[in-house]
Ligand binder design. Structure first.
Ligand code: SAH
Length: 499
């Protein structure tokens, strides 16, 4: 009745049922073909049948199941609706469409009008079918193009693994019901995840392995042992599956810099353990219902590293699907390596999903190429955090490396670091770029020279880039500055934030 109320999506079983198509052009012919493909008995009514639609061509009909289409070569009459379950109009004649809509409503027959959502009591959805799975997307008839576009995006997620998972779960359900048992409350998601994840080998091997999985699942279900834990979709501690941890890099903050694997992990997780550095935009991508645990190290509330490792182990042992979400890349000064060691020592399965590190992203977003022919043939990433740098960094030796130095966690110690680098032989005029909150809406880029780094007011998190390349700004032709001349005269140049 109204486009505002979303309506109830249904799958209509039209096999052997009468459906009327009003119209004789190519759109009507396409609708008739769709209906025939699902077994409907189709009657078309139109004063004129567009020969271009070649609807009589034996070659077209031969491919289609079900009986042939009946054609009535005359104007539509209300009595055409008699006995029909559904009517579809595909005609340019507005009056006919409106009349069919009114007659159909009176006769309690659902009506779909091609391109006329205001006349529809039923809308068609953009479909994708693979195996037993149908993905149908509706925009309530408002934009078929958008529905098709979204359908294609969703269809891409239904790969061979997903199809196999559905097949295996369907077989398992049949067997459990055939044994007179309920299929409710079982740990279906664990079975589906595992069946979908079987890849790497040949298809036949994955199918065999999936059949084994289903076998075990059915046996446990019949012995009353394959239930999911109360109140959760995850498996029970001693259920059919141990938990797993993914150490995931969240990038520098902008969700656009997440990897596809990171996004998939966030959807997979039932609990996400994250740090303070993970951006709000990234956290917003975590589905509702996923548990969030913030272990961000903040002043006055330090979370000891061992406690984080122990938490991950505990969650995994409870059968949880755990994502440990860390800013940038998990193994670049994120102490992700220590967490991986804790998991390995406890015998917990884990994977790492590398992320875009601030060490490379921050300079790039400030228009600074960390390597550049003629300016820098190497880039060295160093921590400026005194307590965490074990063994301690030899800054004077770093000064002699040449190339670009990228310093993370160096805000507090920046003056001391700059002094040590100068003692090591770096020229006091060496360009420095400081990038605060790279990739976030309030990103800020400051430029100075090594001798003045201590005088800059800098807010963490910030990345320091030291070397000739730090004078470059390749962000746009208009804003580009040519090497060292850009900082000539000014000790500090404040650059506009990037979007
Ligand atoms: N694993 C992270 C680094 C963790 S150490 C990564 O790969 O990016 C934390 C330091 O990274 C911060 O002190 C800062 O120097 C840098 N950093 C992290 N996010 C940043 C951002 N958005 N902008 C600038 N620097 C950032």
């Amino acid at each position: 009745m109204s486009a505002v109320v979303p309506g109830l999506p249904l799958v209509l079983d039209l096999d052997g049922r009468d459906v009327l198509v009003v119209g004789g052009g190519p759109v009507a012919a396409a609708k008739a073909r769709q209906l025939l493909a699902v077994g409907a008995r189709v009657t078309m009514v139109a004063p004129h049948f567009d020969e271009a639609s070649h609807f009589d061509a034996a070659s077209d009909l031969a491919e289609l199941p079900g009986p042939a289409v009946q054609r009535r070569r005359r104007a539509y009459r209300p009595s055409d609706l008699n006995g029909c379950w559904l009517v579809i109009t595909a005609t340019d004649d507005e009056d006919v469409t409106a009349a069919v809509a009114a007659d159909a409503a009176a006769a309690r027959v659902f009506h779909n009008a091609a391109d006329r959502p205001e006349h529809c009591s039923a809308t068609l959805m953009a479909l994708h079918r693979r195996g037993d799975v149908t993905v149908a997307v509706s925009t309530g008839g408002r934009s078929p193009a958008a529905a098709g576009w979204l359908r294609d995006r969703l269809a891409a997620t239904i790969d061979a693994g997903a199809e196999r998972a559905v097949r295996v779960a369907a077989v398992a359900r049949d067997r459990i019901r055939a044994a007179g048992r309920s299929s409710e409350g079982l740990a279906w998601r664990n079975l589906l995840d595992e069946a979908a994840g079987l890849d790497g080998g040949r298809v036949a091997e994955a199918d065999d392995a999936a059949a084994d999985l289903a076998d075990r699942f059915v046996r446990r279900a019949l012995s009353g042992d394959a239930h999911s834990s109360p109140g959760g979709a995850h498996g029970s501690p001693d259920g059919d599956r141990a938990g797993r941890v993914q150490l995931v890099g969240a990038g520098p903050g902008d969700p656009g810099l997440l990897t596809v694997a990171a996004v998939a992990a966030l959807r997979w997780a039932d609990v996400v353990v994250h740090d303070a550095l993970v951006g709000d935009g990234v956290l917003a991508l975590i589905p509702k219902g996923t548990e969030l645990i913030d272990v961000g190290k903040r002043p006055g509330r330090p979370v000891p590293q061992e406690a984080i490792g122990a938490l991950l182990v505990l969650l995994a042992r409870n059968g949880r699907r755990v994502v440990r979400l860390k800013g940038g890349d998990p193994y670049v000064f994120g102490r992700g390596g220590e967490e991986a060691l804790a998991l390995a020592a406890a015998g917990v399965a884990y994977d790492v999903v590398p992320g875009v590190s601030a060490a490379l992203a921050a300079p790039a977003l400030a228009g600074v190429p960390v390597t550049q022919r003629g300016l820098a043939a190497a880039v060295t990433v160093i921590t400026g955090h005194r307590a965490l740098s074990q063994p301690p960094v030899d800054w004077e030796a770093a000064a002699r490396l040449g190339g670009t130095l990228v310093v993370l966690m160096g805000v507090a110690e920046r003056a001391a670091i700059a002094a040590a680098l100068q003692r090591g032989g770096l020229h006091p005029d060496t360009p420095v770029a400081v990038i605060e909150r790279a990739s976030r809406a309030d990103q800020r880029v400051l430029r100075t020279r090594l001798r003045s780094v201590g005088d800059l007011l800098v807010e963490a998190p910030a990345t320091l880039v030291i070397g000739e390349v730090a004078a470059l700004d390749l962000r746009s032709a208009g804003g580009a500055s040519s090497g060292a001349s850009a900082i000539e005269g000014a000790t500090t140049e404040l650059c506009a934030a990037v979007g």
